[in-house]
Ligand binder design. Structure first.
Ligand code: GCU
Length: 424
């Protein structure tokens, strides 16, 4: 057993696949089991859905609650920021091209405070601007080379090579993630960027005494109930609270907000988009298992494997399906369908087999009948497009060459997709 895990780890390192020890992940298309997906357009009572109104009124709420109860968990209560404050602003940031704001949202409940720090760059257009909003992995200071950005003081995973010890990051991490954010390109395309460190909302570890969870515990509660939110649910909640702020910021066009996320944060962006229709466009990059990829394909990462290694991401009820994913009443095409009729973009990377690019594509394909109810075009063909040949309908998709990352190529497509749909 140990030997097998070591072998998988070595193969993972060599192939650039994110390394998670999991027994024999399948990377062989001929070993994908045959499966049937849960019906998208037939209600629990057996009624066939044939109009957009029936979808919105009957089937969509059913599916949303299946995802809440079986995958991501319910958000157990309401909590809004008790104050929001612009703590720093520079109207000549990035060499004079942009306005930078750093905003703090504070949440208070059960005698605790949670502080969430937004970093915002806006092009100087003289009018309200559309924005991309998304979590970052390493703190706001890592997103750009800008010495004025506050260094996060939240818990962060140790990484001595990058100077992270005692779970605190340092000045050394400034700009280390800038390739994934492409701030100059975003600003010069007329878009703003709103980003925040995901660990502000919930540190990424199996510990439910920190982050937002305890703020919504009932008396005596110490961890979420089996159908209540895991960390992905908490991060999705946080994105909606950012949206609450964006609706109040006079410089932002809150009707044109594209939520974006990579990998575990791509799963989060999709769940946030499903829960909150104020996100006008939803973009997931390399989101894989528990994100855009169909769970029943059992290719690369599996839901059971994810629940074993990232025990805090999904709700506890989800582990019921660890040994037989076919018992799940949903699959991830239904998550994509929850965005309809809003534009949704799914991005894959050729070498990111762990995330199952074909499974990510097929979710968009199988969600398409719902888009068609609205007279919109999804992904009409079951065949994936060639590498580096994006498809841009109301559902957009690309698979680019290379591995698990957000690259300039990805941003070029996201901006093009936003322009198509925001009309700019
Ligand atoms: C791991 C995990 C994935 C996740 C990724 C990430 O590889 O297995 O599900 O998407 O980490 O977030 O980087």
């Amino acid at each position: 057993m140990m030997k097998k895990i070591v072998l998988i780890i070595c193969l993972g390192v060599l192939s650039g696949i994110p390394v998670i020890p999991q027994e024999s992940p399948n990377y062989d298309e001929s070993r994908v089991p045959s499966f049937s997906l849960p019906e998208l357009l037939i209600t629990r009572e057996g009624k066939r859905i044939s109009t957009a109104a029936e979808w919105m009124e009957i089937r969509r709420p059913e599916i949303l609650s299946l995802f809440e109860n079986n995958i991501y968990g319910r958000i157990p209560g309401k909590l809004s920021a008790d104050f929001r404050k612009v703590i720093e602003q520079d109207n000549n940031a990035l060499g004079g091209k942009a306005v930078r704001k750093q905003v703090m949202l504070n949440f208070r409940s059960n005698n605790r405070d949670l502080k969430v720090n937004l970093l915002i760059y806006l092009p100087k257009t003289g009018s309200k601007v559309p924005v991309f909003v998304g979590y970052n992995f390493d703190g706001n200071q890592a997103v750009v080379d800008d010495p004025a950005v506050f260094v996060t003081s939240s818990w962060i995973r140790n990484d001595p090579a990058s100077g992270i010890t005692n779970n605190r990051t340092t000045e050394k991490s400034r700009g280390t993630d800038k390739t994934a954010w492409q701030i100059d390109k975003i600003i010069s395309s007329g878009y703003g960027l709103v980003t925040l460190y995901y660990g502000d909302v919930d540190p990424d570890k199996d510990d439910f005494t920190d982050g937002v969870h305890p703020l919504l515990y009932k008396d005596g509660q110490t961890m979420p109930l089996p159908d209540e939110w895991g960390s992905i649910g908490a991060w999705a909640w946080g994105l909606s609270r950012v949206m609450d702020y964006l609706e109040k910021d006079p410089d932002i066009d809150a009707s044109k907000v594209a939520v974006i996320g990579h990998s575990r944060l791509g799963k989060t962006a999709l769940w946030a988009g499903a829960l909150d229709p104020r996100f006008a466009i939803v973009i997931s990059n390399n989101s894989g298992c528990g994100g855009a990829a169909l769970s029943r394909r059992m290719y690369g990462e599996t839901l059971g494997g994810m629940n074993r290694y990232f025990t805090h991401w999904l709700c506890d009820n989800c582990s019921r399906y660890d040994n037989d994913v076919n018992l799940l009443p949903v699959d991830q095409h239904m998550l994509i369908a929850l965005m309809a009729p809003r534009p949704v973009y799914i991005a894959s990377a050729e070498e990111d087999k762990w995330a199952d690019p074909k499974g990510e594509y097929l979710s968009g394909y199988y969600a398409t009948p719902v888009y068609e109810l609205f007279g919109k075009q999804g992904l009409p063909s079951p065949e994936m497009p060639p590498v580096n040949s994006p498809v841009m309908n109301t559902i957009g998709y690309h698979i680019r060459s290379g591995g698990h990352a957000v690259l300039e190529y990805d941003w070029d497509q996201f901006i093009r997709f936003a322009r198509m749909h925001f009309g700019k």
